[in-house]
Structure formats: C-alpha cells, structure tokens
Write a protein that binds this ligand. Structure first.
Ligand SMILES: Cc1cc2nc3c(=O)[nH]c(=O)nc-3n(C[C@H](O)[C@H](O)[C@H](O)COP(=O)(O)O)c2cc1C
Length: 205
C-alpha cells in the first residue's frame, strides 16, 4: 500500500504519520506553573538532535480549543524544565498526566507523584524516574499551517541516572543499562510499546 499524504485531512495525516514513525521516545516534562506548583505532561514528538550544545527537541501543538499548552507557556515564562524517561511500569501515571487539567492544577499532585530536589538546579525531578534531563530553553520556533506546532529546543545542563542503571566499564566509560531503565515507547493512537531485547552489533569499519 502506498499512502499519499496530499489526499489526507490533517487529523488523518497525524493518525497515519504517528503509526508509521515507530517507536517514539517519550519526554515526560515537568515545568513550573505560575503559582510554583508543577505541571507534568508527556510528548512523543521528541528526540536528541545535537551534541554541541547538547540539545533535545520537543514539538508541542495547541490545545483543542486553540490555546497554548501549559508546558509550553510555563517554559516560555521560566526557562528551566526537566524531561524524564518513563519506565514501562509508569504507563498509567504517564497516560493520566496527559489529561487537560485547569492551568495551575498539578498533574504531579493529582497522580501522587513525588519530586526530589536537584543540586544546583532550580527545578526538582520526579523521584521514581530512572533518567532525568535537566534542561533550559534554548530556542522556540513555530512551524505548521492549520495546526501550529512550537518546536521547543532544550539545552541539557545535567543528566540524572539512577545508580541501578549505570555501569562503569574497564576503561572507566559510563554505560547506561537500557534493560534496567526499560523505557516506555509510543506507537500510533493509544498504543505503547514495552521494552524488548537489546541487540548488540559492531559498526562496520
Ligand atoms: C504518550 C503521549 C504523547 C504525546 N505527545 C505529544 C506531543 O508530542 N506533542 C503534543 O503537543 N502533545 C502530545 N501529547 C498530548 C499532551 O500530553 C496533552 O495535550 C497534555 O494535556 C499537554 O499538557 P499541558 O497542557 O499540561 O502542557 C501526548 C500525549 C500522550 C499520552
């Protein structure tokens, strides 16, 4: 089957694209509300895109009523935010945190999640996530026609990895153990993927 996107409406394009780009990592983003409570939401238009400076990118759309999502508004106002890599067993809380709560109402409190302070960084991280990327807003660009997306570029200042997921090899090189992190991935529609096998191959010369 060959699918021509020109023939599809925007919602169908989204539906088709997100079932074809598989699997996608999920940025579980903690940002600070105006009243200093914390906002939490998942975004799977997400990836690492540059090492110097160390940048990630998240594409944030508008709410159904056309207004800005709380995460984007918060990060425009206060530069710091924290991206978490959720484990497979955190799917219920992650999914629940995508509910649209009134601005200022915290998905962290609503889901009984705990936070832990991060030394040298204003924002805390979610206590139960194995990986957290402490980020600062680097740039925001707007793209799109009918459905505007904000491309949020975040510069990673610091990375937290739970000690149970780290190994230092004989050469003193740090290795993050993906099978201990067991990252949750997003598929199309309401499907997610759990972590599979780690395959190791050497790069060709
Ligand atoms: C797994 C998952 C991935 C999502 N990915 C995105 C995304 O990449 N971009 C986006 O704008 N919304 C995405 N959403 C929807 C947002 O999480 C949702 O709009 C949320 O309410 C935004 O929260 P906020 O207004 O507190 O920022 C996703 C939802 C789920 C469950």
């Amino acid at each position: 089957m060959q699918i021509k996107l020109d023939d599809l409406s925007t919602p169908l394009t989204y539906f088709t694209m997100t079932q074809a780009v598989l699997p996608r990592p999920i940025a579980w983003i903690l940002s600070e509300n105006d009243d200093a409570s914390f906002n939490l939401a998942p975004f799977s238009y997400f990836n690492a895109i540059c090492s110097d400076p160390p940048l990630v990118m998240v594409s944030i759309g508008l709410q159904e009523n056309g207004s800005e999502k709380d995460s984007l508004r918060n990060i425009k106002q206060r530069s710091q935010f924290v991206i978490h890599i959720a484990s497979c067993d955190q799917l219920p809380e992650l999914n629940q945190s995508s509910a649209t709560l009134p601005p200022g109402e915290s998905e962290v409190l609503a889901n009984n999640l705990q936070t832990t302070p991060v030394e040298g960084f204003h924002m805390p991280r979610l206590s139960d996530c194995k990986i957290a990327l402490m980020c600062e807003r680097y740039q925001i660009q707007t793209i799109g026609n009918s459905n505007q997306q904000s491309l949020l570029f975040g510069e990673i200042r610091e990375i937290y990895v739970d000690d149970s997921c780290v190994e230092i090899n004989d050469q003193g090189r740090l290795k993050i153990l993906a099978d201990q992190v067991r990252p949750l991935a997003r598929l199309g529609a309401s499907q997610f993927a759990s972590f599979g096998d780690v395959l190791v191959v050497q790069r060709p010369a």
